[in-house]
Design a protein around this ligand. Structure first.
Ligand code: ATP
Ligand code: MG
Length: 337
């Protein structure tokens, strides 16, 4: 069996980082026909670990994320789209997995460490936030997923999940399936930088181009994109390292030959930022136009989108309950069976 699980936090609309890091891969895998089951989760419970004070925003973003999914081509006939908080088995599994993880191991997780610093949690870290990698292990294993298409920032979560699986299997017999991370083959896509040049495009950092941005917003964002601050006159030789416009061309432009020529010209001098940005805008428009068109089909029909989520959640519950039962049997806590 080849099973995929992946998902996103409903903390905002999805952006180009999500697209190249995970969404585009999911759609490809979905359409490859090579997978028996595909589970796509809207991680609202995880979003609440650092947004407990704003459940309304999390609720509102469920629909935004679902619309983004349908817009990029996730197909509910082929992929099960569901809402995390509505799957009770996930929280039971998390409780058991927590016994197999130390607090110091969680504190060492580099992504969590980074996020704690970014969110200024300092010493007041919500316990649920510190433990979200454990709940992620539950999300993955509850569906017997062996393939998890995510961005590079998720590598430590996958490692944590694998450790938990090994520990469970060691203690209770071969009960869980060990998952593998699936990263984009294009290295630039594994962690797309923000339009401000910061290491990661992220909702929290507010440096995003959203899949739902209209043409005008997109053009304005490309215009303000970080390039080479030393490239002042068109004739100046420019740098392409850390120059977001070229990074995005590497991530989005299929025509690698043209990109290579442009890079060479830019470094030699004589190619202006305005021209490179114009080309990038064309490339992005070509990608976003069909996504916007598909969005328009669903946007005015939120009831239909909620129906898709409800149906997906029912399917997901069935599978997660089956796995939970297996785990409880293995742990010998099946008293009334
Ligand atoms: P938040 O700030 O709420 O954490 P986020 O932008 O980091 O939001 P998530 O919902 O945490 O988004 O991430 C969902 C998925 O998208 C994960 O697989 C993550 O690795 C991937 N992802 C997010 N941002 C990027 C990026 N800039 N480049 C590549 N992949 C990304
Ligand atoms: Mg994140």
């Amino acid at each position: 069996m080849k099973t995929i699980l992946t998902g996103d936090r409903p903390t905002g609309k999805l952006h180009l980082g999500h697209y190249v890091g995970s969404l585009r891969e999911r759609v490809k895998l979905q359409n490859s026909g090579e997978y028996d089951k595909i589970f796509i989760m809207i991680a609202d419970a995880q979003a609440l670990t650092d947004h407990a004070d704003n459940p309304a925003a999390v609720r509102e973003n469920i629909l935004n994320v679902a619309l983004d999914y349908l817009s990029v081509g996730l197909n509910p006939e082929k992929s099960t789209i569901f809402i995390q908080s509505q799957i009770p088995a996930l929280f039971e599994l998390t409780a058991y997995y927590l016994n197999l993880v130390t607090v110091s191991r969680l504190e060492r997780n580099p992504t969590v460490k980074n996020e704690i610093a970014q969110k200024n949690f300092e010493t007041s870290i919500p316990a649920g936030f510190l433990c979200y990698p454990v709940s992620q292990a539950a999300d993955i294993t509850a569906f017997d997923a062996n393939v998890v298409p995510v961005g590079e920032d998720q590598a430590p979560m996958l490692e944590q999940a694998r450790e938990i699986v090994r520990k469970m299997n060691e203690l209770y017999g071969e009960v869980l399936i060990e998952p593998n991370i699936f990263l984009s083959s294009n290295e630039t896509c594994r962690r797309l930088p923000g339009i401000d040049g910061k290491a990661k495009m992220s909702k929290t950092l507010g440096n995003c181009i959203y899949l739902s941005d209209d043409s005008k917003t997109l053009a304005a964002k490309v215009k303000e994109m970080y390039t080479d601050p030393l490239h002042i006159k068109v004739s100046d030789p420019g740098h392409i390292e850390g120059n977001v416009v070229f990074t995005y061309l590497d991530a989005f432009c299929e025509d690698k030959k043209t990109v290579a020529e442009m890079k060479e010209h830019y470094q030699r001098g004589g190619l202006g930022d305005v021209k490179v940005k114009k080309f990038l805008l064309e490339v992005l428009e070509e990608i976003l136009t069909p996504i916007r068109d598909r969005r328009a089909e669903y946007e005015n029909n939120p009831d239909e989108v909620m129906k898709i989520l409800k149906a997906g959640t029912a399917v997901a519950n069935e599978k997660a309950d089956e796995v939970l039962k297996r785990v409880k049997n293995a742990m010998k806590i099946n008293y009334f069976d």
